[in-house]
Write a protein that binds this ligand. Structure first.
Ligand SMILES: [Mn+2]
Length: 325
């Protein structure tokens, strides 16, 4: 599958009809923020966009998704331009794989995952910290081409949110000077950075705090302390009266422990498999995840394991990390 040039991407966005934007499973601030921004751009171009997510969008992202574009739809217009956003592989479309197939199969994809799998013509920018950086470039190109008169304020905020979200508030190793330049330009254009960052990073529901408390008191470590992990099963969640979405920050709690170089969170998925998230301070965990059928970024990756118990999945993943060290 040939990758699209930036010019081809701009052409396709200008030519899109009834654009339908798809997020990835377990939607995060980048996929939701980029879809929200693209929807705002399309609407400003006089088109009728819709955003579809395979999973429930976390409540803390409601400032991006509580609008008509994300409203549930019963059917989709035939001939719609279907765009996968921040989706690294067909599996990351989850249950949408069955809906967006045949005449509704994704038309093109916009991504920044270096080790992703293209499932339709793809615009890839692996240097971008977030798809939001790509959407920013795209929005400027649309103005330059005359397809858009100005950036809608909502798009400015949504792009800022997507970049801040995927960079952990401009903290991770994927941040480049360009990331900061784009953020600065977005602030110049009116992005409400303090409020967006507060909503993304400072506000936690009682359920998320409870989940973090559980995780903090159930971290296990390798003998040398370099690897740490936690397991979260359906039984754990039921016992605590919590949902999967409340454990989104579990991996951050694990990796915050002093001395930990590689953090893992093993969480049971609705399909019964175990989803493993990996974070590292140096080791290329995308390679580790690839040996287990997954992928991602060098310092943030994941895979899905089909094992009898969470303990088995944790052991397999931790062993794979140990082999790579
Ligand atoms: Mn992303």
């Amino acid at each position: 599958m040939n990758d699209l040039s930036f010019r081809e991407l701009v052409d396709r966005v200008i030519g899109a009809e009834n654009p339908i934007l798809l997020t990835h499973t377990r939607p995060d601030g980048d996929t939701v923020g980029s879809c929200a921004a693209l929807a705002a751009l399309f609407a400003a171009m006089g088109k009728t966009p819709a955003v579809v997510s395979p999973d429930v969008i976390p409540r803390r992202l409601a400032f991006l998704s509580d609008n008509e574009w994300f409203a549930p739809r019963k059917d989709y217009p035939v001939g719609a331009t279907v765009i996968a956003v921040d989706v690294a592989s067909p599996q990351q479309l989850g249950k949408l794989q069955e809906v967006f197939t045949g005449p509704l199969a994704p038309t093109f994809m916009i991504d920044h995952h270096e080790r992703g799998v293209a499932f339709c013509p793809r615009y890839l920018c692996a240097d971008a910290s977030a798809v939001g950086e790509i959407v920013y470039d795209l929005s400027l190109a649309l103005v330059e081409r005359g397809a858009l008169s100005a950036l809608p304020p909502f798009a400015v905020d949504a792009i800022f949110a997507s970049i801040s979200s995927d960079t952990g508030c401009f903290k991770y190793s994927n941040v480049t000077p360009r990331t900061h330049r784009i953020a600065a330009e977005l602030i110049e254009r009116g992005a409400n950075a303090p409020e967006i960052n507060r909503l993304l990073f400072d506000v936690k529901t009682a359920e998320i705090l409870a989940a973090e408390g559980y995780v903090a008191s159930h971290i296990r470590r390798s003998d040398d302390g370099r690897i740490a992990w936690v397991t979260v099963t359906d039984a754990t969640r039921d016992e605590l009266g919590l949902l999967d979405e409340h454990f989104e920050t579990a991996i951050d709690v694990v990796r915050s422990l002093e001395g930990v170089e590689i953090a893992l969170a093993v969480k049971q998925s609705p399909d019964g498999k175990y989803k493993v998230s990996l974070r590292s301070t140096g080791l290329d965990v995308a390679k580790v995840a690839a040996t287990l059928g997954g992928g991602g970024h060098a310092r943030a990756a994941g895979c899905s394991l089909e094992t009898p118990t969470a303990e088995d999945a944790a052991r397999i993943a931790v062993d794979a990390v140990k082999r790579a060290l």
